[in-house]
Design a protein around this ligand. Structure first.
Ligand SMILES: Cc1cc2nc3c(=O)[nH]c(=O)nc-3n(C[C@H](O)[C@H](O)[C@H](O)COP(=O)(O)OP(=O)(O)OC[C@H]3O[C@@H](n4cnc5c(N)ncnc54)[C@H](O)[C@@H]3O)c2cc1C
Length: 380
């Protein structure tokens, strides 16, 4: 049988794409090499931050607004609570990119927000101990998504709409056909489809040779510490954060499921790999030491015993913007996934973008700045 679309990689993005396609009445096959969900890719570790005043680039804000709506839609479809609102903090030195970028996005898009000094921040949210001269943008709609649950919810909704999903099946090869369809060969069989959607996360470079140097996997480590004062780190009192401090850029979330507050450092120890299969998957003592040092200094009431450490992967592009596009020369092949460590919050809307591109030939969303053929990626 010929499918309308095959989605390769049923992680964050692929599961959302499968649902968006299936709810449009398309015959879908989703193929995932590990379990659904699993802890080998980029979406595990229970939660992911979502925040609106996007310091990285204000052009992401309209996508975020739609992402919020679609997270609420999948919650309604699945009957599960997946998006938890805590407010968000984007903080750093007053003249730094993080604070200034968040403020610019908030102002440009008329987002409700307040600017707090480091001292006002600790008065309002006592778990925070940033330098008094730091500035923070507090935005009340920030929060987090239960990322592993959301993958399962998207898959269940896709299945209810008729999608066929196979886990523990690895795509080995895909070949464009002369009639503009595609053949996909896995370790279990061969399938045909009109459209191929590649959402293989850190494996995208192996799936699409053009992405080799443009989608570079990087080892990350997440820590959960049991706070000395857990009441300060509950979702109702602890907004999710992105902070720039002299040691680097860090993010963190309140206690949820694991009995610890969770945080990590962007580009942790700078350990990129050529293939995710060669990644060092066990956290070590140095990972723990580095992360604990951050908590000791900036969240001392949170720096109790370690509850968990987990390794995960970023897939970095040279300009740290996403890549979402149709493949040049193969219009029946759509690619998404390389998201440089900030893509999960967008999975719901990226699913919609991919479905619109597959079904309507174009998307209503502005993704021009995320095209593969863009100046920052030329010649690389
Ligand atoms: C530690 C950490 C913290 C993060 N924090 C945040 C955050 O707070 N907020 C945020 O927005 N983003 C965050 N991110 C980034 C975000 O999690 C990723 O951008 C997002 O999860 C990527 O989703 P994906 O679908 O591309 O990848 P994945 O969910 O990994 O899915 C790709 C899937 O493809 C499958 N696959 C690969 N090759 C094959 C094959 N040959 N055959 C079949 N299947 C295949 C993989 O097994 C995998 O399941 C974080 C990332 C990490 C690592």
């Amino acid at each position: 049988m010929e499918f309308d679309a095959i989605v390769v990689g049923i992680g964050g993005m692929g599961s959302a794409a499968a649902w968006q396609l299936a709810r449009r009445g398309r015959r879908i096959l989703g193929i995932e090499r590990f379990d659904i969900p699993h802890a080998m890719g980029s979406s595990h570790g229970i939660t992911r931050i979502i925040r609106l005043p996007y310091y990285e680039d204000p052009r992401y804000v309209p996508l975020l607004r739609r992402a919020y709506e679609l997270w609420r839609e999948i919650e309604a479809a699945s009957g599960e609570r997946l998006l938890i609102i805590t407010g968000s903090i984007d903080a750093g030195p007053e003249d730094g990119e993080l604070f200034q970028g968040a403020l610019a996005s908030a102002r440009l898009h008329n987002l409700a927000h307040q600017v707090l000094t480091g001292s006002q921040l600790v008065e309002r949210f006592p778990a925070y101990r940033l330098p008094p001269a730091h500035r923070a943008v507090y935005q009340p709609e920030g929060g987090f998504i239960a990322s592993e649950r959301a993958i399962a919810a998207h898959v269940r909704a896709a299945q209810s709409a008729g999608a066929e999903i196979h886990a523990r099946e690895r795509v080995l090869e895909w070949t464009p056909r002369a009639d503009r369809g595609v053949s996909v060969i896995t370790d279990k069989g061969r399938y045909e489809a009109s459209t191929l959607i590649l959402t293989a996360g850190a494996w995208m470079g192996e799936m699409v040779p053009r992405l080799g140097g443009l989608a570079v996997p990087e080892r990350q480590v997440l820590a959960w510490l049991h706070p000395h004062r857990p009441e300060l780190f509950e979702p109702a009192r602890f907004p999710v954060f992105n902070v720039a401090v002299e040691e680097g850029r860090y993010y963190g979330l309140p206690i949820f499921e694991v009995p610890g507050f969770k945080f990590g450092r962007y580009h942790h120890r700078g350990e990129t790999v050529t293939s995710p299969d060669g990644l060092r998957r066990e956290p070590d003592a140095e990972d723990e030491r580095m992360l604990r040092e951050f908590a000791d200094r900036y969240f001392p009431d949170g720096a109790g015993p370690t509850m968990a450490l987990r390794v995960c992967m970023f897939t970095n592009t040279p300009d740290e913007d996403f890549i979402i596009d149709r493949m040049r020369g193969f219009p029946q092949v759509l690619i998404a996934s390389p998201c440089s460590g900030h893509g999960y919050k967008f999975c719901s809307v990226i699913g919609e973008i991919l479905a619109e591109m597959a079904v309507d030939g174009r998307t209503r969303h502005n993704i021009d700045f995320l095209r593969l053929e863009r100046p920052a990626l030329e010649g690389r």
